[in-house]
Design a protein around this ligand. Structure first.
Ligand SMILES: [Fe+2]
Length: 382
C-alpha cells in the first residue's frame, strides 16, 4: 500500500497497540480465547476511534518459525492482525526485542511487507536495525506535509549486561535520523515538520517522569526501578498521567537519542511498548513520552487492563499532541480468557495481590521452617 496518509477534517488519529506477544500456533482453547479477546479489543478501538493509522509497538509475534518459506509466521501474522487488515486502515510497526530474539528479522520485515495494508519501508541507508523509516502525513487538502512519523528499531539486548540489559538506539542510527531529518527539512523549504517517534524500548529519559517514593508510598503504589535503578522505588511525578505498574525497562546507558531529538527540534512526542504494565504520559523538556501497556492477553498483564492508546494531532496546531488510553473493560467488553479473579482486578490491585501472594508465601515458608526447627529440637530432647 502506498503511503497516502493525510489528515481528515483537520485531525489525524493514530491508534497504537503494545506488545501482543501472540502465538505462532493456536493449538488449544486457551490461546484461541486470548486471541479472540485481543481481537475484540482491537475491533472496538477501530470502531470507536476510526484511526487513520494503526501502529504496532513491537513484540507482536514473538515465536521462531522454522517452517518452509516462513509460511507459518506469515499465516499467524495475518490471523493476529485480522481486525487491523480487515478494517483496510493502513498500519505500520516497529520491531521489538523479541522479534530480534528470533534472529529472523529480515524474514519478519518481508512478512509485514507482503500484507497489503502495511505501510513503511526500511531505509537501507540506516546502518543499524532492520526497520527504520519515516512516514510523512499531508494536511486535509492533501497539499502539504504537516506531520512526520519516525519508526525506529531499538534493537535487542545489550552485549554487556553489566552496562545495560537492553540495547539502545546507537550513534550510527542517531546520525541517520539527523541526516534524514535535515533532508526532510531541506525538501520542505527549510521548514521543520513536527514528528512523532514510535519505537519498542523506551529512552533513558523516561525515568525523569518518576520520582523516588517516600517511605509510606513504598508500601503501596511504588515500583522498583529496573537494573541499575533497582536500588530505589519509584512513583510517577505530579503532572504525569496514567499508570506505573513496573520499573521502566529502559536501557541503563544513555546513547543520546533524546538529546538528539532536542537538538534537531522536530520531535514532539515518542511512544513506546516493552513494559506491559505501564501506560503513562508526561513531558520531559517539552517532549511527550508515552507508554503503551500490552494490548493483548498473551504476556504478563494486570487483569482486563489491556488497552489501546489513541494519539490525536490537529491541523490547526500540529506541534501539539493529545493522547489517552482506553482499557478492555471500558469498551464494555467481556473477557473470556482470564479467570474470574484476574478479570475483576484493576491495575494496582492485581499487583498488590501478587505482593500479598509473595508475603503469604514468605509467611508460609517461615512457618514451615519454624515447624521443622521445633521438630528437630523436640527430637533432640527425647
Ligand atoms: Fe514485550
Amino acid at each position: 500500500m502506498n503511503n497516502n496518509l493525510k489528515f481528515k477534517n483537520g485531525k489525524f488519529t493514530i491508534m497504537t497497540l503494545g506488545d501482543l506477544h501472540e502465538n505462532l500456533y493456536i493449538d488449544n482453547r486457551d490461546k484461541r480465547k486470548r486471541r479472540e479477546d485481543m481481537h475484540n479489543l482491537v475491533k472496538a478501538g477501530i470502531l470507536t476511534y476510526k484511526p487513520d493509522l494503526i501502529v504496532l509497538l513491537g513484540d507482536t509475534l514473538s515465536e521462531k518459525d522454522g517452517s518452509e518459506d516462513f509460511k507459518d509466521y506469515k499465516s499467524a501474522l495475518s490471523d493476529i492482525l485480522k481486525p487491523v487488515i480487515d478494517s483496510g486502515i493502513p498500519f505500520t510497526y516497529v520491531l521489538g526485542n523479541h522479534e530480534h530474539d528470533q534472529g529472523q528479522e529480515e524474514k519478519i520485515v518481508e512478512a509485514y511487507k507482503e500484507i497489503e495494508t502495511c505501510i513503511g519501508e526500511n531505509d537501507p541507508t540506516c546502518p543499524r536495525g532492520n526497520f527504520n523509516c519515516n512516514l510523512l502525513v499531508k494536511n486535509t487538502e492533501g497539499t502539504d506535509d504537516i506531520l512526520n512519523l519516525w519508526l525506529i528499531d531499538s534493537n535487542n539486548c545489550c552485549d554487556d549486561p553489566e552496562v545495560s540489559i537492553y540495547d539502545w538506539v546507537h550513534e550510527d542510527q542517531i546520525e541517520w535520523y539527523e541526516k534524514t531529518a535535515q533532508r526532510i527539512k531541506d525538501e520542505h523549504g527549510g521548514k521543520t515538520i513536527p514528528a512523532i517517534v514510535f519505537q519498542h524500548t523506551p529512552v533513558y529519559e523516561e525515568y525523569e517522569l518518576l520520582r523516588e517514593a517516600k517511605p509510606l508510598e513504598k508500601l503501596y503504589g511504588a515500583v522498583e526501578g529496573h537494573h541499575k535503578f533497582s536500588d530505589k522505588k519509584y512513583i510517577l511525578k505530579d503532572g504525569v498521567e496514567g499508570f506505573l505498574g513496573e520499573g521502566p525497562c529502559a536501557p541503563c546507558y544513555n546513547g543520546g537519542q533524546f538529546q538528539s531529538w532536542k537538538k534537531t527540534g522536530d520531535v514532539i512526542g515518542a511512544f513506546f511498548g516493552h513494559d506491559h504494565l505501564n501506560d503513562f504520559t508526561g513531558y520531559v523538556d517539552g517532549i511527550m513520552l508515552g507508554q503503551n501497556k500490552t494490548s493483548g492477553f498473551c504476556c504478563y498483564t494486570d487483569g482486563c487492563r489491556s488497552l489501546v492508546r489513541i494519539i490525536n494531532v490537529y491541523e490547526e496546531n500540529p506541534w501539539k499532541i493529545e493522547s489517552h488510553v482506553r482499557h478492555f473493560k471500558e469498551f464494555g467488553l467481556k473477557c473470556t480468557c482470564l479467570g474470574p479473579i484476574m478479570s475483576t482486578l484493576h491495575d494496582r490491585d492485581s499487583i498488590a495481590l501478587h505482593q500479598l501472594g509473595y508475603i503469604g508465601a514468605g509467611i508460609a515458608g517461615a512457618a514451615g521452617v519454624a515447624a521443622i526447627v521445633k521438630k528437630i529440637i523436640k527430637n533432640k530432647k527425647s
